[in-house]
Design a protein around this ligand. Structure first.
Ligand SMILES: CCC(=O)NCCS(=O)(=O)O
Length: 344
């Protein structure tokens, strides 16, 4: 195991896990989400000419991926800084920033944001979904990919000495591609060396999460230190969720604040509302983590969105009125992230 054992690695260096406080396990503070560009679904109104105006807020919320400018979150560092200050005021302590290679990870900006706001920021190592892999990434062997990931954690990434504290979000499509399979195996090998946390973006099929865990496990990964993201758009059947939970990963509901009629990437999916998300929680609090996965401008407070404090300000009170106890809330927001993020 590495010298990071018993610590959490932030962009400002290793910290004692007890310092993390409330943690959002899946956010983006600076990401270029152009790869998400998607035409509005059949029947939707056309894109307004000047979309960031009050009268177009509803259109943007319903069609966030059909407006290219909306996908440039990396242009909004000032607004993100203000939001992180508000997040601290609302009781937030830590944010896991899930931007990996292929979607414009910006470690110097993350480091500056952490210094300016006092929020602990944990950066992600590794590679996103296949369509963002470069030719060089595709050509790498599992061994080479492992070396790159290990180096991003131990020495720093993107030509900086800023170190990543988690592997992921590692992106997969459905079906999982050859290049993604190699990255998953490399992720498992790197995790076995480092004893570090891993977080996965599954493809959009209920079969994807279990298949990913199978590949990781076969390659020596530690499922108990792995988060499966985006379950709120992936597994809807209660029995299927129960079966998946038995595999032992953390279960992540990370699209809080996303309420849209047509989920363009999979029109068969009915995106749950925030209230409906809470219905999946019963009995899982020992393995649950939650977040917003903000990756578009319209979700920032500056553009009329819910911002990074939505869970702390609005969802926690709703959890309490739905019979989730304060002790369970603390597990979900503090204890589970802390245990996941601590190096073995
Ligand atoms: C970069 C963030 C991202 O792509 N999130 C996608 C979320 S989901 O729509 O696939 O659930």
């Amino acid at each position: 195991m590495s010298s990071l054992s018993g610590k959490v690695q932030t962009v400002l260096g290793p910290v004692d896990p007890d310092l993390l406080g409330c943690t959002m396990t899946h956010e983006h503070l600076a990401v270029n989400a152009s790869f998400c560009d998607f035409p509005a679904p059949p029947g939707a109104e056309p894109e307004p000419e000047n979309p960031f105006q009050m009268q177009h807020m509803h259109w943007l919320r319903q069609n966030p991926y059909s407006c290219r400018e909306n996908l440039q979150l990396q242009q909004e560092t000032g607004a993100v800084r203000d939001e992180l200050l508000a997040y601290r005021k609302a009781g937030g302590g830590t944010i896991v920033e899930n931007t990996t290679t292929g979607i414009d990870r910006d470690l110097p900006t993350l480091k500056q944001l952490a210094k300016d706001t006092g929020v602990h920021i944990i950066a992600g190592a590794g590679f996103y979904i296949d369509c963002t892999h470069s030719d060089a990434t595709r050509k790498m062997s599992v061994e080479k990919l492992t070396d790159v990931i290990v180096s991003e954690v131990l020495h720093g990434a993107d030509g900086t000495d800023i170190r990543c504290g988690v592997i992921g979000e590692i992106g997969t499509s459905w079906p999982i591609t050859d290049s993604e399979t190699k990255v998953l195996r490399a992720t498992a090998h790197a995790q076995a060396q480092l004893g570090c946390p891993v977080i996965i973006h599954p493809g959009r099929s209920p079969a994807a999460p279990a298949e990913i865990l199978r590949i990781l496990q076969e390659a020596g990964g530690d499922i108990s230190k792995t988060v499966m993201s985006h379950l709120d758009r992936t597994i809807f059947d209660e029995a299927e969720l129960l079966e998946f939970a038995k595999l032992g990963s953390y279960l992540e509901y990370d699209l809080f604040g996303t309420e849209m009629l047509n989920y363009p990437f999979h029109l068969e999916v009915d995106m749950p509302s925030d209230s409906q998300r809470l219905r999946f929680f019963e009995g899982f609090e020992d393995r649950l983590v939650i977040s917003h996965d903000i990756h578009t401008k319209n979700r920032l407070a500056k553009f009329g969105g819910h911002g990074y404090s939505h869970i702390l300000r609005n969802i926690v009170p709703k959890m309490l009125t739905r019979g989730i106890t304060q002790q369970q809330v603390d597990k979900i927001l503090m204890d589970n992230p802390k245990h996941w993020l601590t190096f073995k």
